[in-house]
Design a protein around this ligand. Structure first.
Ligand SMILES: NC(=O)c1ccc[n+]([C@@H]2O[C@H](COP(=O)([O-])OP(=O)(O)OC[C@H]3O[C@@H](n4cnc5c(N)ncnc54)[C@H](OP(=O)(O)O)[C@@H]3O)[C@@H](O)[C@H]2O)c1
Length: 320
């Protein structure tokens, strides 16, 4: 276990703080797996969890949090929980409904960080989280991200949410968001790893005081939706493995440390005890600036999470 106090924290542009490393929970199954993973993560020193309405596993996560607090593993105040509003819930009223469901599933009275999951929206409806028409195309919504973000600002005023932000926004969308709303997002959660370093987005966000949160930092190797034949190639990359040998670490630890060394928050997912433990044991070594540059130079615009079925929607962020 790592001492939670030894995990550095980042201070957001609104003054709230967050541990640099958190546990991802996408595709962590609500069959007891995500419960066990969260319990193990909290016992191993994690104090930051990344969740989302669409992952449909938040009730198990809520039970794991509550049981860990009851057993004295941690206090609520020590824990940082992120969740995300889903695309069928972007109208003003529906953002609030979604946020309240998130809070009740997670058994929390306040969420530390609430994000808009994507810049585009789906048809606003309850019974289907992926509405498609007769030819199988996803049905976009007529509500925009500005309206949804303003609803987040309201929730923040009410005290249901401490910090607010976005995910998967490109520079043009961030610019429009900031021109039309009053609270700057604290973070933009996007895919980041040495094969996708997103240099321009990073520079833009740095300039605007928005920290990047790195999702799929290991390249999303075990994902059911990532069908690339070589989906574990990042973990096998020779440069990554050369550094792992040098520091006596594994490839995952080098990839996670790369994000922290680049100034990004990072949320590796695992339901495997040994990986959960090792993924946060990255604060007993440092990559040199030259090694960070060497890893950055592996950039090849490889995106594991392109959400292709949404690519025809007007606000699809990866058109360029
Ligand atoms: N905002 C968004 O749109 C968005 C999109 C994608 C992801 N996310 C968030 O970011 C989190 C992380 O991204 P991700 O889940 O896509 O991918 P990831 O963290 O890059 O990779 C997770 C996969 O790697 C395996 N793994 C974990 N640690 C490992 C290690 N040390 N060595 C080898 N394999 C390891 C896991 O397997 P086991 O679980 O079997 O151990 C799992 O299959 C998500 O869970 C989610 O919370 C957000």
């Amino acid at each position: 276990m790592v001492d939670p106090k030894s995990v550095p924290r980042y201070t957001f542009n609104d003054g709230n703080t967050v541990p640099f490393v958190g546990l991802g929970t996408w595709q962590s199954q609500p069959d007891g797996s995500v419960y066990r993973a969260v319990r193990h993560a909290l016992a191993s020193g994690y104090r930051h969890l990344d969740c989302a309405f669409i992952y449909q596993n938040q009730d198990e996560i809520g039970r794991a949090i509550t049981d860990s607090i009851k057993e004295g593993v941690l206090t609520r105040e020590e824990l940082f929980v992120t969740s995300k509003i889903w695309l069928t819930h972007y109208s003003k009223e529906r953002v609030e409904i979604c946020a309240k469901k998130i809070l009740s599933d997670l058994q929390l009275t306040q969420i530390d960080l609430l994000l808009l999951h994507w810049p585009f929206t789906f048809k606003q409806q309850d019974d289907n989280l992926f509405p498609v028409d007769s030819d199988g195309s996803v049905i976009g919504g007529d509500v925009g991200f500005v309206e949804a973000y303003k609803a987040l600002e309201e929730l923040q005023k009410q005290g249901l949410v401490k910090s607010i932000g976005v995910s998967n926004f490109n520079i043009s969308q961030l610019t429009r968001l900031m021109e039309n709303t009053s609270v700057k997002p604290v973070t933009n959660q996007v895919e980041l790893h040495p094969y996708l370093v997103q240099k321009e987005l990073k520079e833009f966000c740095n300039k605007n005081g928005i920290v990047l949160t790195a999702y799929s930092p290991l390249g999303n190797p075990g994902s059911a939706v990532n069908t690339a034949a070589d989906k574990d190639k990042l973990l096998k990359d020779p440069v990554v493995n050369k550094l792992a040998t040098k520091y006596g670490k594994n490839a995952g630890q080098i990839l996670i440390k790369f994000q922290v060394a680049s100034g990004n928050l990072v949320i590796p997912k695992s339901v495997t005890n040994e990986r959960i433990e090792s993924n946060i044991q990255i604060f007993d070594f440092d990559l040199t600036p030259e090694e960070v540059a060497e890893l950055s130079a592996l950039d090849r615009n490889y995106r594991s999470c392109s959400f292709d079925i949404t690519s025809k929607l007007p606000e699809y962020p990866f058109k360029n």
